[in-house]
Design a protein around this ligand. Structure first.
Ligand code: WQD
Length: 338
């Protein structure tokens, strides 16, 4: 019997790549997305790449009646929850918008799941829950302590999930803490398409390479890192999607957190150099002051996911940026509606 999976935020960057992998694994996929930071064009691409149909609902998950309707209309057996606001800087300016959106939508989902006897939940969490790490690489047992409202919504949702699982052993929950997702589907038809000026490094670099932006600002050249620029654990979005399928298929009673990263760090200057090599373009940049809230290094210890989920990220930085460049060069304006 083909399982039906509800993918919230399934028109977005990680959600769309995960939806494709679910279709290829013969799941039936229902996508709920409010398209506030994504394009309906991604839905058509998902159907093509996944060689299967998808039920798409443009819906605001903060409206519980609409969430109930999803469960009434489809035999949903598990939920992979990506939908949510995710810009760190914006969350500092508009904390209530972030708490109301991210927390209400998730509580609506979890309530309706229980009311419809659905207990399998994979949550899109983030390494940002670790705040400023005390040890590197970062294990799941590291202390958590988000340093911005966005990160705090992720942490609060993790704690809500822990409490639900402690109260009722029918819940089977995986909290997936992403490090830095980058890259694109190898076809070049699906990729990262942020609205407005990209907050994140790789989409900004790719927009400079394709000529949409003049110059990159490197936030700090005096970090305690080998070349002075920030180091992060970049992970290919298709590896990340595979991590969601592994988590879904290995769900067991309770609530477990897993780091989805490679365990390898790359600096901003390394990203620039690799992007120039794979694109054949020059990426002009200025080294400027540090961005508030940034940390020097973030690096995953992915051994728990390797061991318990039987999952490992195996695409290297070259592959990540080669695929990111193919998407950007084939779609200079992304899905064009932005
Ligand atoms: C990476 C590196 C910057 C932009 C954020 C969120 C995190 C998650 C992933 C949602 C850092 C430097 C960046 C630029 C730069 N998002 N940089 N110039 O900050 O590690 O993580 O995105 O879950 O929650 O915090 O990613 O891509 O913004 O930055 O020099 O224009 O690139 O200083 O060292 P980050 P990032």
């Amino acid at each position: 019997m083909t399982k039906t999976i509800l993918v919230t935020g399934g028109a977005g960057f990680i959600g769309s790549h995960t939806a494709v992998e679910l279709l290829l694994r013969d799941y039936r996929v229902v996508i709920a997305d409010d398209l506030s930071n994504s394009s309906a064009k991604a839905i058509e691409v998902i159907k093509t790449l996944g060689s299967a149909d998808v039920s798409f609902h443009e819906v605001d998950l903060t409206d519980e009646a609409l969430v109930a309707q999803l469960f009434d209309e489809h035999p949903i057996e598990a939920v992979v929850h990506f939908a949510g606001l995710k810009a760190v800087g914006e969350s500092v300016e508009k904390p209530m918008h972030y708490y109301r959106t991210n927390l209400t939508s998730t509580m609506n989902l979890l309530s309706q799941m229980a009311q419809h006897d659905v207990w399998d939940f994979v949550f899109s969490s983030s390494a940002t829950v670790y705040g400023t790490p005390e040890q590197l690489p970062i294990p799941e047992s590291a202390p958590t302590g988000a340093t911005n409202p966005y990160g705090r919504t992720k942490l609060m949702i993790e704690e809500i999930c822990q409490d639900l699982a402690a109260a009722d052993d029918r819940w089977r929950i995986s909290l997936l803490r992403y490090f830095n997702p980058v890259g694109a589907h190898a076809s070049g038809q699906l990729g990262e398409d942020p609205r407005g000026i990209p907050n994140n490094l790789v989409p900004f670099v790719m927009q400079v390479a394709v000529g949409r932006r003049e110059k990159l600002q490197v936030f700090g050249g005096d970090w305690d890192t080998p070349d002075g620029s920030g180091v992060r654990d970049y992970i290919h979005v298709v590896d990340l999607a595979a991590g969601h399928l592994a988590a879904l298929e290995k769900l067991r009673a309770g609530c477990e957190a897993y780091n989805l990263g490679t365990g390898n760090g790359s600096s901003v200057l390394e990203i620039i150099g690799t992007a120039e090599r794979v694109s054949g373009k020059t990426i002009p940049y200025d080294v400027v002051d540090r961005r508030s809230g940034d940390i020097a290094t973030s690096l995953a210890d992915p051994t728990k996911a390797n061991r318990e989920l039987g999952w490992r990220a195996d695409r290297n930085l070259e592959a990540m940026l080669t695929d990111a460049w193919r998407w950007q060069s084939m779609n200079p304006m992304g899905f064009a509606e932005n």
